[in-house]
Design a binder for this molecule. Structure first.
Ligand code: IMP
Length: 504
């Protein structure tokens, strides 16, 4: 007969934290959000730690190089998606590793005969108002000049005119050449009182990158950057249980810092075989995460039998996920996480080895992120959250007066990532486990994370914790009734939003 678990599958929104004593040392400034990614022995440090407990999902609509760079700059890590050719994924990893902080490839470029209308469209698409003018309209073409939104008046000038009429041409542009250091470039920007410095090749002809004054201040405000030992941006990558013998070497060659199986159900001999193969080839020098799982025995299996470095928890909770409807498998994310965290702590007590746990998917707001960390997740993986930012790899789409970005599941017909859903055979794609949707834009990764970390650190102070380990160790949570949930929203007051004011 089937075994029925005693517990009810619970979600994060069913819990609230009870404040603990806040002492005078519990200030936001004193809080550290550093957290381990790779397993480690008691008393040792983890081989890789994040500066904020957030990683981005291995998904086509989420983790491309631009997001990976933005997230690493804030102290987190992206897992570049594996539902693409091995060479393409390795090239993305390479792009992140070769990103020279401060030198950005120009992504808004036009030919000199492009119209101002084309420029306006481009600015809307990329969100960047500094346009490089090159002979072929590419980011590495022969440099001819610069155009910014200050060079023309959208409602006064003839928008059919060519860019060449309004741009600052090369002879009047201050530029740097290949080999210039960031320090020298910033000095030049300061001396010339400019906002942007184009960097050309050694012959002073072709565009290579741009240095912006605003990035200088950004960098100074950015002490959390996640860098490797060579001061390059840290980046992760997803892998599957099919082509790992080719994919893993290519990703390591490109300089990847952490790998993670991208599988909807990681409790399998296929994942064990792939993880053990990687360990045999590379020993302890690599970090490889296993998952996804939703039970303590699956955690044990991956740790003891597959020798993985961290374990990812979550089946069926993702915002675009329909696995539970389609196949009837999964578990409420809070219940799954609590069981796996308890097993992790038991394993730590027995063996002295701490295996970090990642809560993956279904985090619908900042409160749920906070509850997941309070319940003992070492870090959280998010798709929707990062898909909503300027830096995710999808284009902006305007609908009914609001700007959105497409966001689709890896199990959707659009992604066709059948490797994520099938372990052993090459069965191909027979039914969907994810949907194809849109999410509203929220702004930059930095802006989004600033708000989330402000809420998290504030709650940690309320809970009398200065580190995430302390937070989880002393968190007291209560389950809430539906009535408590209602009470938590605003009630019996009139909110004077715009609509009310207009109808008053
Ligand atoms: P989100 O943060 O709620 O959007 O969930 C993202 C997570 O959903 C990913 O990290 C994956 O674990 C999972 N996921 C991605 N694509 C699919 C899908 O098509 N079906 C089910 N789960 C998915």
């Amino acid at each position: 007969m089937a075994h029925i678990l005693d517990d009810i599958s619970r979600t994060f929104s069913e819990y609230l934290l009870i404040p603990r004593l806040t002492t005078k040392k519990h200030t936001v400034k004193n809080v550290s959000l550093t957290t381990p990614v790779g397993k480690f022995k008691q008393g040792n440090a983890s081989p890789l730690s994040l500066n904020i407990p957030f990683v981005s999902a291995s998904m086509q609509a989420v983790s491309g190089p631009e997001l990976a760079i933005a997230l690493a700059r804030c102290g987190g890590l992206s897992f570049i998606y594996c539902s693409q050719a091995i060479e393409a994924q390795a090239a993305m990893v390479h792009r992140v590793k070769s990103h020279k902080a401060g030198f950005v490839p120009s992504d808004s470029n036009v030919k000199p005969d492009a119209s101002l209308t084309a420029v306006i469209d481009l600015v809307k698409k990329t969100g960047h108002s500094t346009i490089a003018v090159t002979h072929d309209g590419s980011g590495t073409g022969r440099f001819l000049g610069i155009l910014t939104d200050k060079d023309f008046w959208e409602f006064e000038d003839d928008l059919n005119s060519p860019v060449s009429k309004y741009m600052t041409s090369k002879e009047n542009v201050v530029f740097g050449k290949e080999g210039i250091s960031l320090h020298e470039a910033n000095l030049l920007l300061r001396q010339c009182k400019k906002e942007c410095l184009p960097i050309l090749d050694a012959r002073g002809e072709h565009l290579q990158s741009l240095v912006f004054k605003k990035d200088y201040f950004d960098h100074r405000n950015n002490p959390n950057e996640l860098l490797d030992a060579k001061k390059r941006m840290a980046v992760g990558a997803g892998v599957n249980t099919h082509d790992y013998k080719d994919r893993i070497p290519a990703l390591l060659e490109a300089g990847v810092d952490a790998l993670c199986f991208d599988s909807s159900d990681g409790f399998s001999e296929y994942q064990q075989a792939a993880a053990l193969w990687a360990r045999k080839q590379y020993g302890a020098s690599i970090i490889i995460g296993g998952g996804n799982v939703v039970s303590g025995d699956a955690f044990r299996y991956l740790v003891e039998r597959a020798d993985v470095d961290f374990v990812k928890v979550g089946i069926g909770g993702g915002s675009i996920c329909i696995t539970r409807e389609q196949k009837g498998i999964g578990r409420g994310q809070a219940s799954a996480l609590l069981e796996v965290v308890a097993e992790r702590d038991r394993y730590f007590k027995e063996s002295g080895v701490y295996v970090p746990v990642c809560s993956d998917g279904g985090l619908a707001n900042d409160t749920q992120i906070i509850i997941a960390l309070a319940m003992g997740a070492d870090f959280v993986m998010m798709g929707r959250y990062f898909a909503m930012t300027n830096e995710s790899p999808t284009p902006k789409v305007s609908m009914a007066g609001r700007v959105y970005k497409p966001y689709w599941g890896e199990g959707s017909n659009r992604a066709r990532n059948w490797q994520r859903y099938s372990n052993g055979d090459d069965a191909g794609f027979k039914f969907e486990e994810g949907i194809d949707a849109y999410v509203p834009i929220v702004g930059s990764v930095r802006d989004a994370l600033e708000v989330t970390t402000a809420k998290l650190t504030s709650t940690m102070c309320n809970s009398g914790a200065l580190t995430l380990r302390e937070f989880a160790a002393q968190a007291v949570l209560t389950r809430i009734s539906e009535q408590t949930f209602v009470e938590g929203g605003t009630s019996t007051v009139v909110s004077f939003d715009k609509e009310n004011q207009e109808t008053a």
